[in-house]
Design a protein around this ligand. Structure first.
Ligand code: SF4
Ligand code: SF4
Length: 289
């Protein structure tokens, strides 16, 4: 049995924010939800080979999915994870129903561009929910992101491999992602497969199947020291930092069309190669309720 830190499923492709540098390419997504039945089927197969400490129901913004309560209930029944977490941007906390909350172990709220008023609202809601449901609530205060991608392919294979080797998402956090019939090393590989011409789920992911060799194939896929094809368009966790801002699709693409070399934080890459950094350094403060 393979035991990993985390699995993610995208219960909503779209979001109620449109952040520049969203690492899941959400501002480019149509308003839609993945096929949850296919994903549940895949998780039922996957649990024969893999167990995770936490499964995250995210997106996009997961609270936009009207079937979230049913999804959380189904995921709990599968038993692939010790804990179920709901990461959210905290914009619509009051819309999270009791039926959703009763199936969660944790809520992770990303408080972007935090104002005093917004932070107070999040804090008060969190205290109320914690008291009633005994759910662990973590608030991340963010003001910065790192550049995530470039639509211009990086043909410097040595650099691609360096970016991959220092990528915290895949190598440390183990944010493995299940989307319908496929598992991915990271949500970025899934998102790039959907959005970049020539990339696909077959190229960057592993199809979840019921054959006897699946666990071996999964182990090889997750522990392969070679980068994915998607990594040629990705900055991993060493993109330049910038202040989070809300942008439209055109502005998002303007940045995404910049060459990798210009978006790369070369000093941070070097630092990550020499030390075990283990952090993006973009979270200002973490508050545990
Ligand atoms: S809140 Fe921002 S970063 Fe998070 S999914 Fe939405 S657009 Fe992306
Ligand atoms: S695509 Fe590659 S570099 Fe980007 S997050 Fe995934 S593993 Fe890391």
């Amino acid at each position: 049995m393979i035991v990993v830190e985390s699995l993610e499923i995208h219960v909503s492709n779209h979001c109620n924010l449109s952040c520049r540098g969203c690492s899941h390419l959400t501002p480019l997504e149509k308003k839609c939800f993945m096929d949850i039945n296919k994903t549940i089927q895949s998780l039922n197969l996957l649990k024969k080979s893999l167990h995770c400490k936490v499964i995250r129901l995210l997106g996009g913004e997961p609270t936009l999915n009207p079937d979230l309560a049913k999804i959380a209930e189904e995921i709990k029944k599968i038993g692939i994870a010790d804990e179920i977490s709901l990461p959210t941007n905290g914009v619509s906390l009051e819309k999270i129903s009791d039926d959703v909350l009763k199936n969660l172990d944790m809520i992770e709220i990303s408080n972007y561009n935090y104002s005093l008023e917004k932070s107070k609202k999040i804090y008060e809601w969190s205290q109320k929910v914690k008291e009633k449901y005994k759910i662990k609530i973590i608030i991340y205060m963010y003001q910065y992101f790192r550049e995530p991608y470039s639509y211009q392919k990086n043909n410097d294979l040595e650099l691609v491999q360096k970016i991959y080797k220092t990528c915290i998402v895949a190598n440390k956090w183990q944010c493995y992602n299940v989307y319908e019939n496929y598992i991915f090393k990271c949500p970025e590989a899934m998102a790039l497969s959907k959005n970049i011409k020539g990339q696909s789920f077959e190229i960057n992911g592993l199809k979840i199947t019921d054959d006897v060799y699946f666990e071996k194939k999964l182990n090889n896929y997750l522990n392969n020291s070679q980068c994915l094809e998607a990594c040629k368009y990705c900055l991993g966790t060493v993109g330049k930092q910038f202040l989070i801002e809300q942008v439209n699709k055109d502005k998002y693409m303007e940045y995404a069309n910049t060459p990798i070399e210009e978006l790369l934080d070369k000093d941070f890459l070097e630092e990550c190669q020499n030390n075990d950094i283990g952090d993006l350094r973009t979270v200002k403060k973490v508050i545990e309720i």
